[in-house]
Design a protein around this ligand. Structure first.
Ligand code: CA
Length: 234
């Protein structure tokens, strides 16, 4: 099925190269040049993906993103012009899935769109799920006993590790910033720092390796944070 991508970019030359690259990759791409136009279009028509410039003439891409997230979970990829904007994308917990910095290769952008769509679709119930054990997944969650099983055996996790892994597992493919993970896994997020998350991810990986030495389901996204990939869904 053809995926519909909304391209929100006010610079015509950039917009055109993106449209061309996406259409070459068999996406149906729709352009628009302002934040308001984007929100109007999204309210009227379904889109599978949004490419969103941060610097728009009428409002900031951040505000557009927030408005989109009130109604839609379609993946969002930001186009940024400055390093400072990247910090905000990561820090503001906007629910964006990725970003590229200008200037970028349109072909790479199209490849990212495809990769993100593939990742986010693995969490839909219609996706085929190869069988690894009784319930079909390498990792499963036992809500009653508050534990996470790897290949049917419970992982020995601390409270924070448990909540951290659970947050990642619930949204396979979604990239979480360290702040987002902190909010999910720590009762008092203010008391922890970025390194605390990194340290817990390290120990989580080590514990998963004990049960399953052949997989590393936690992906590090440099400069962004972490994501979980169900090994069987790859
Ligand atoms: Ca712009």
């Amino acid at each position: 099925m053809t995926k519909r991508v909304l391209v929100v970019e006010d610079e015509p030359s950039i917009s055109e190269t993106i449209l061309y690259a996406l259409r070459t990759e068999q996406f149906e791409a729709t352009p628009c040049a302002t934040g308001q136009e984007a929100l109007d279009l999204l309210a009227r028509e379904p889109f599978d993906f949004v490419v969103l410039d941060v610097g728009l003439p009428d409002m900031s891409g951040f505000d557009v993103c927030r408005s989109i997230r009130l109604h839609s979970s379609a993946p969002i990829l930001f186009l940024t012009a400055r390093d400072g904007e990247i910090d905000r994308i990561v820090g503001l917990e906007l629910g964006a899935d990725d970003y590229v910095t200008k200037p970028f290769s349109p072909r790479e952008l199209a490849a990212r769109v495809r990769a993100i769509l593939r990742r986010t679709q693995t969490s839909t119930p219609t996706a085929p799920m190869p069988v690894a054990n009784g319930n079909g997944k390498t990792f499963s969650h036992d809500d009653e006993r508050k534990r996470i099983l790897c290949r049917g055996l419970p992982l020995e996790l601390s409270r924070n590790e448990y909540h951290l892994l659970l947050a990642l597992m619930k949204h396979p493919g979604r990239v979480f910033s360290r702040d987002q993970l902190m909010d999910q896994a720590w009762q008092d997020p203010g008391a922890a720092g970025d390194r605390t998350v990194d340290a817990h991810i390290r120990s989580l990986r080590a514990k998963i390796r004990l049960s399953a030495p052949d997989i590393d389901p936690i992906e590090t996204r440099r400069g962004i944070g972490y994501a979980f990939r169900e090994p069987d869904a790859a």
